[in-house]
Design a protein. Structure first.
Length: 56
């Protein structure tokens, strides 16, 4: 994903609630592996199980 577009996604992700973060992570298309990693760093570590469930 282009850097400017990803910056907007990252800002939205950072301000979203937990359900919003999961939705953005699971449904945003065109992210690179590095971009997924960056979003994952902003995800609450104690809620990773919920993200894993959404990815199944």
């Amino acid at each position: 994903m282009e850097a400017m577009a990803f910056q907007k996604v990252a800002e939205d992700f950072n301000t979203a609630g937990l359900d919003g973060k999961i939705d953005i992570y699971v449904n945003t298309e065109g992210l690179t592996q590095a971009q997924y990693k960056e979003l994952l760093r902003m995800f609450p570590i104690d809620e990773l199980h919920r993200l894993e469930e959404a990815l199944e």
